[in-house]
Design a protein around this ligand. Structure first.
Ligand code: SF4
Length: 462
């Protein structure tokens, strides 16, 4: 377990995986369908705090109960969505230690001669990428970006930010004319990407914070303006671990737990569905993971607007945490399986738990579908952040890949909408396989040559 990792002394966390509960009682509570306590969750995710490391027999007991719970709650369907990631910019000064997606924003300035692999798209360029993908048949565009200092919600926000005495240090702002490429405003980007009836999934809590920095605007009004421009739902990434003593280590420049929760509540008050994530397997311990689940479950109790929970296993290669020797690996396979299983058991108010092939690869991703998960992400025409962080499984999955993989484990492949309200069971005996739910989808495979024309889409943040 990561709880047993040899971390530097400064990460001597107050919260540790110690409980008064026993593994056997926690397992019985899970088996009986009782709402789990944090102590139950810690016992299950550690396979008992009375044993060192993970006990393989106990682990299988937890996985079996979680898989059964999945079958009872959502049946044997495995869903996925036809989607594109179109991220606007990699410029970001936030400096999260788990992230290798960003490039220091200074490098993007018009007079900079710093070589960098990053990009910024204008609204027109974003629109072009979405237009092309929409023609191919996507249902959803997901857009998560770096916190570019020239990004503002709208023109009024630009004026407010520019009125500070020292905008750069006080509100992380520089005007667009400083940069080689102007990303436009958030409202302009939303309007540009909201092509036809495509579902636009964008504006994480961290981005929403950036879109109101230096103002007294509340999150709900910010999300309402974005929704008016075309935003349909918000990804609850930027969650990492929702325990501040962990955030202080891995992302001290990011919003705190309370702000993440406030932003999510604002999005849902504005009428948007959301998703929620956890990024685990770095410096946190098992207690932090389960406390994170508690924050998400409480939020869902109050709002009911979280459509899915997405456990993201930390990819350590090429990240500052790894390069600086803070961590030397990520979560083990057993930890990944238990994270999915305990998410299914603990989050009794969220229907869908996602397994990721981007982070885990196909075989591991399929295994996770037997540990409590029922969703298998989206086609993602490209996945830049994972590639740049050292992951090997970025890129794209065709509908044919999905049908092959999901039927191989005896489950039913189902194309879904972002919010899961539209679902289409796919007949594995009726190829070719392509999307049908997107506004321009007609069943034609998304791309004819998976090795050929891929967009420069990416997935930022988490
Ligand atoms: S995780 Fe997001 S906010 Fe943090 S450095 Fe990366 S792009 Fe910036």
């Amino acid at each position: 377990m990561s709880s047993a990792r040899d971390l530097p002394d400064e990460f001597d966390f107050e919260q540790v995986p110690e409980t008064d509960q026993s593994f056997e009682n926690a397992l019985a509570n899970a088996r009986d369908g009782k709402r789990l306590t944090v102590a139950d969750g810690i016992e299950l995710i550690t396979t008992g705090t009375d044993v060192e490391g993970i006990d393989s027999v106990r682990k299988e007991q937890v996985l079996e109960i979680a898989d059964r719970r999945r079958a009872e709650e959502v049946g044997d369907e495995v869903t996925f969505v036809a989607n594109l990631n179109n991220n606007v910019t990699t410029a970001c000064n936030t400096g999260c230690l788990f992230c290798n997606f960003k490039d220091t924003a200074h490098a993007f300035e018009a007079d900079s001669d710093v070589e960098h692999p990053g990009f910024t798209k204008t609204p027109a360029e974003s629109r072009e990428v979405v237009e092309d993908a929409l023609d191919r048949g996507i249902y959803e565009v997901c857009s998560v970006s770096g916190l570019h200092p020239a990004f503002a919600l709208n023109e009024e926000h630009h004026e407010i930010l520019a009125s500070y005495d020292d905008p750069e240090s006080e509100v992380n702002y520089k005007p667009p004319e400083v940069y080689a490429t102007d990303p436009g405003t958030y409202v302009e980007q939303m309007a540009a990407m909201s092509v036809g009836d495509v579902h636009l999934h964008s504006m994480t809590p961290e981005e929403a914070y950036h879109a109101r920095r230096g103002t007294d605007w509340d999150y709900e009004s910010v999300y309402r303006e974005l929704a008016d421009a075309g935003l349909d739902s918000a990804p609850g990434t930027a969650a990492e671990i929702l325990v501040d003593e962990v955030r202080d280590v891995i992302c001290p420049g990011k919003i705190r737990t309370d702000d993440w929760v406030a932003a999510m509540e604002g999005a849902m008050a504005a009428g948007l569905d959301t998703t929620a994530t956890i990024m685990y397997g770095h410096v946190e311990n098992a207690a932090h993971r389960v406390q994170h689940l508690q924050v998400v479950r409480d939020l869902q109790d109050r709002t009911g607007g979280i459509t899915e929970f997405v456990p993201l296993s930390f990819i350590h290669e090429n990240t500052p945490l790894y390069k600086h020797g803070v961590v030397d690996d990520g979560a083990s396979d057993a930890e990944d399986e238990l994270m999915i299983a305990v998410s299914r058991l603990f989050l009794d108010n969220i229907d869908h738990i996602q397994a990721s092939w981007v982070k885990a690869g196909d075989a591991r991703g399929l295994k996770l579908l037997n540990c409590g998960a029922d969703d298998f992400m989206g086609t993602i025409l490209s996945e830049e952040i994972t590639k740049r962080a050292g992951g090997e499984y970025g890129e794209y999955r065709s509908f044919a890949d999905y049908v092959d993989m999901i039927t191989a484990i005896g489950r039913t492949p189902v194309e879904r909408s972002t919010d899961y309200r539209q679902r289409r069971r796919i007949d594995p005996d009726d190829p070719p396989f392509g999307p049908e739910l997107g506004p321009r989808a007609d069943g034609t495979p998304l791309i004819s040559d998976p090795g050929g024309d891929r967009t420069d889409a990416a997935h930022a943040d988490d």
